[in-house]
Design a protein around this ligand. Sequence first.
Ligand code: 3MF
Ligand code: MG
Ligand code: MG
Ligand code: MG
Length: 386
Amino acid sequence: TWKPNPKYKFTFGLWTVGNVGRDPFGLPTRPDLSPAQICDLVGEAGAYGVNFHDNDLIPIDATAAETAEIKRDFTAALKRNKLKVPMATVNLFTEAVFKDGAFTSHDPAVRAYAVQKTFRAMDLGAEFGAKIFVLWGGREGAESDAHKDPYIAIQHTRQAFNLLAAYNIEKGYGYKFALEAKPNEPRGHIYNAVTGSYLAFIQTLEHPEMFGVNPEVAHEHMAGLNFVHQIAAALDAKKLFHIDLNDQEFGRYDQDFRFGSANLKHCFHLVKILEDYKYNAPRSFDCHAYRASDFEDLKWFASGNMRTYEILADKAQRWNTDKDIQALVKKITAGDEKIAKLLKSSSKASVKSIAEASFDRHELANKRLPYEQLDQLTMELLMGVR
Ligand code: 3MF
Ligand code: MG
Ligand code: MG
Ligand code: MG
């Protein structure tokens, strides 16, 4: 049971399962896995595909011969595990050259190098069939606003994105770019801190149609925000091109926990909104196993992410068909249909009718909202007793 269904397009970044347990205070606790070994692990677990940063696959200083060998091994591993590569991305954060940002560095040569490195990462992704290109601005920020003018940083970001769109057209790659916001870590302050910032910014680009978002559960939770509401905004804007699933305790460091391991209720509502509105792009797990876990435990980590998603999708479906729950939903959402119709139109007639209507606010306030009951039933369903 709960065998991963390909319709969910579950994917893992090479850097997620491949995470060796290094943290700012400690050395690795697990051996390095090759891209091919990672494919075997997630393939065995039943995943649909894998994603990579350029340098997850090809080390930055690899020779041409090494590159060819890695690509050969990786291609074979994809094939034997029937894995796709729906998304590729670029590492603009590890190397010292990006210590003060990539697209927002003061130095035009660093900015151009970052754009060129992204061009090459796009080439690499295209070789493996990727159609989504994620951009996470790892170090696009500052520790102090004395260091960098945030207004200029926005303009520099726009220049880079416009160049990437132009390259995408020139090469005919057909990528959709998915912009990933993060509020803090690894910089003191990061530009485009939340998904909503990118949704607005996209409209200022030369090719807004090519750009959407890649929200990550943990990133919005780090900012204390409701992730499900960000997803609603992205879905409504038709901009949810990709999603990073994981989990995170509110207000803590960047934990990247297994999906559903910390905030099951939020994750339930997340799965529900994705399924209700028929999200159809990959469901990517951007998380890593606990530092204490060994290779055997990694398998639980990989399959656990997918199992939790599927179990929650099943719960969401039960919620949508539960008689008591649906009767309550019907009651709380019921209202005067004629007024609802007026609100849907901004015609002169509608404006006039609403302006002239008479409402009894005391009577309106009398409507019952049995929210305790509805939430308790939801929780009981989640706890497995309904
Ligand atoms: C950092 C992240 C990143 C991005 C990745 C994909 C290393 O918190 O979430 O993972 O998801 O760069 O673009
Ligand atoms: Mg993250
Ligand atoms: Mg994270
Ligand atoms: Mg991410």
